[in-house]
Design a protein. Structure first.
Ligand SMILES: Nc1ncnc2c1ncn2[C@@H]1O[C@H](COP(=O)(O)OP(=O)(O)OP(=O)(O)O)[C@@H](O)[C@H]1O
Length: 680
């Protein structure tokens, strides 16, 4: 969340005995303004801040109102920075370190951090502290004097950090205070005209607060497994100084130059940041080690509070004005602090497991299930189409067969009709010839059948036509030579219809030739007449039958046409079914391929996850081992310290006893000497 930097001004008590002659700084609520002695405010020199603390204000109040929130937020996982800025001897160190009676912000913050931690029961904490100074633009470790000129590095995991800086894991406030005291010894102080104990370096006391929710067995990885890591910087800057006032020379002069230069870079950074987003394209954090280390605190992911200390004396008006302007610009800076949570290995593993589960659900549930259902549906469709196709094929085959049968039947019928027709026409012709011989013309007319077709003598089946080619001596008329054989013909004329099909199949038999007079029928013969009558009746029957067959044939043709139409429709349907079957098969293939692809993806994901799980387990083990070693080391160190203490006590008492023995011996020797002298 974006929020402004919290800025306060603190006026230290005057150390000058002289009373103001022209102007004085007046403090009202959160405002500080320069007034003329008689009380008139000087225009343009009135500044408002979050807080303005007067001379009487204690460190306790400053801490409560300005810094406490930042410290508490740091315990909750927000980066925090509190720093003191101001001219030399304005009270920065007094504010940050305090005095015996009124501890400063650093001491209060340390106590507060541990008190707050005690009150949080659902998280466990790990606190590391470090203490460094920037002296003449070089970073030194105040916990380990051997660590000098340390470099600044930046990495994705750690952000900006000082490489090689000693970090102490601490368990309580007292431990930290002791460490701070040991660090103070290494800090660069120097005497100047303005401050008997002037800080010659910027110091940064850093607490890294890591916390983790105590495992409640919840499956929600974000609640208990995320680790919060926040960095709290408590900074006591060296004060800007005018060489003319400090009277610095030599080493002090060199120090002063470095101090002023780095404070100027800090001022530039504050200036740029206060200009707003549009004009602050490049912020010169890299121009000094101080701004580089404080980069996050200035316009970054941190809650920051600045206390600007000023001296009330008239002689320092210009420096105070400068400090107030710096404070005003700093007031405009917006930071964007957020809880720094990182996932532990276990949380990472849990999250990955959840992700895998999710993927699996997605695969097996939504997509896979839908695909499988679709495939099943397609399979069913395909089966249905196959069955339909088979049925249609069978029907079609049946139709073809019956069609063929019908065609054959029709052909046979036609053939029979033709046979009969020619038979009838032959009979007609012979009877009309006979009647012309013996009966009047009108009698012959009785045999006429109006619809009867005249057929040529040779119109009968081809093989029968051979009979017509028999030698002329055949006694039978030409027409009879077409008859299959005499028996059949005879039977037919006797009044019963022989199997018509046999007419065609009866083998030909050579007709015996008789003299014409022997075989020529006698028209006057009654039997013959009777026969003729029978034949006429038969003929009528045949004609009827022929008509009936004709009608049937026409019906058959109609049915055939209809069936042909149906068949072509069925064929079209079949083609359509085949097409949709083909496209279904294609879709099915595609779906199966997609399904396979998803399966492969899932397998490779599972593979990756199992590998990363292994890595995580390995890393967790390593981390646990390192922590164990570290704890052992800390314990060993404690034991050693205790031993050294014991040894020191023993050594001191040993020294004392040696001194007393020595004294005893000395007095004895002197006594002996005296005795010796007396003797001689
Ligand atoms: N609010 C205060 N109340 C009482 N004494 C103060 C206060 N502020 C500063 N002093 C005293 O003023 C003197 C200078 O203060 P201090 O050393 O803290 O200044 P400084 O800003 O840190 O100076 P430098 O930049 O030179 O280190 C000290 O003796 C300190 O005790």
């Amino acid at each position: 969340m974006a929020e402004k930097i919290c800025v306060a001004v603190r006026v230290r008590p005057s150390i000058s005995e002289e009373s103001p002659s022209g102007t004085f700084w007046k403090i009202e609520d959160n405002r500080i303004s320069l007034h003329k002695l008689h009380g008139t405010p000087i225009s343009g020199l009135s500044y408002a801040f979050d807080h303005v603390f007067d001379e009487s204000c204690s460190n306790s109040k400053v801490y409560e109102l300005l810094t406490k929130d930042v410290i508490h937020a740091a315990v909750d996982g927000f980066n925090g920075t509190a720093f003191a800025y101001g001219q030399t001897s304005s009270g920065k160190t007094f504010t940050m370190n305090g005095s015996l009676n009124d501890p400063g912000i650093i001491h209060r913050a340390v106590n507060d951090v541990f008190q707050k931690i005690q009150m949080i029961s659902d998280r466990e904490f790990l606190i590391r502290v470090s203490y460094m100074e920037i002296y003449n633009e070089e970073i030194n470790d105040l916990f380990a004097v051997e660590n000098q000129k340390l470099p600044i590095h930046e990495s994705l995991e750690r952000g900006i950090f000082v490489a090689g800086l000693r970090e102490e894991i601490v368990n309580n406030a007292e431990q930290v205070i002791k460490l701070l005291e040991s660090g103070e010894v290494n800090r660069h102080f120097g005497e100047t005209n303005m401050n008997a104990r002037s800080s010659r370096s910027h110091t940064i006391f850093r607490m890294v607060i890591e916390s983790k929710g105590i495992d409640t067995g919840s499956s929600d990885y974000s609640s208990s497994d995320a680790i919060r890591v926040s960095v709290l910087n408590l900074v006591d800057l060296a004060g800007s100084e005018r060489i003319a006032k400090t009277g610095a020379g030599g080493v002090r002069l060199k120090e002063g130059k470095y101090i002023n230069k780095s404070l100027m870079v800090l001022g530039n950074v504050i200036n740029k940041l206060s200009n707003g987003a549009k004009q602050r394209a490049h912020i010169p954090y890299r121009d000094s080690k101080l701004t580089r280390i404080l980069q996050t605190a200035l316009g970054g992911n941190a809650k920051t509070s600045i206390i600007c200390t000023v001296a009330p004396e008239e002689v320092h008006i210009e420096e105070t004005k400068g400090t107030l302007q710096f404070a005003s610009r700093a007031k405009r800076i917006t930071n964007c602090a957020q809880v720094n949570e990182i996932l532990t290995d276990a949380a990472l593993l849990k999250r990955q497991q959840l992700e895998i589960e999710d993927l699996r659900r997605k695969l097996q549930g939504s997509r896979s299930e839908v695909l499988e259902q679709e495939i099943l549906k397609l399979r069913n469709d395909m089966l249905k189409y196959e069955l339909e196709r088979e049925k249609l094929e069978m029907e079609l085959e049946e139709e073809r067969r019956s069609h063929k049968e019908r065609e054959q039947h029709i052909r046979d019928q036609q053939l029979k009709i033709k046979n009969l027709s020619s038979l009838v026409s032959d009979g007609n012709r012979s009877s009309s010839q006979d009647s012309m011989k013996e009966s009047p013309k009108d009698e012959c007319n009785d045999f006429k059948t109006p619809c009867f077709k005249e057929t040529s003598n040779n119109a009968f089946v081809a093989k029968r036509s051979n009979y017509s080619e028999l030698p002329d001596f055949s006694p039978l008329p030409d027409s009879f030579s077409n008859v299959a054989d005499e028996d059949t013909w005879f039977k037919m004329n006797k009044g019963y219809i022989a199997d018509l099909d046999s007419l065609q199949t009866t083998p030909a038999r050579k007709v015996q030739s008789f003299p014409p007079q022997d075989i020529t029928p006698d028209c006057s013969n009654d039997n013959y007449k009777l026969e003729l009558q029978n034949l006429k009746t038969q003929l009528e029957l045949v004609i009827k039958e022929k008509d009936e067959l004709q009608r049937k044939h026409e019906e058959e043709v109609q049915i055939n046409r209809r069936l042909m139409g149906e068949i072509s429709e069925l064929k079209q349907e079949l083609d359509l079914s085949n097409n949709s079957l083909e496209s279904s098969a294609q879709r099915y293939g595609n779906l199966e391929r997609e399904f396979q692809k998803l399966k492969d993806e899932r397998d490779s994901l599972l593979q990756t996850v199992s590998e990363s799980s292994k890595n995580i387990t390995f890393l967790t083990d390593q981390k646990e081992n390192i922590l164990k070693d570290l704890n052992c080391e800390v314990q060993r160190r404690k034991d050693l310290e205790a031993e050294i203490k014991q040894f020191s006590v023993a050594f001191a008492s040993r020294q004392r006893s040696l001194a007393s023995i020595h004294g005893e011996f000395k007095s004895k020797i002197e006594k002996l000497r005296a005795e010796k002298l007396v003797r001689y």
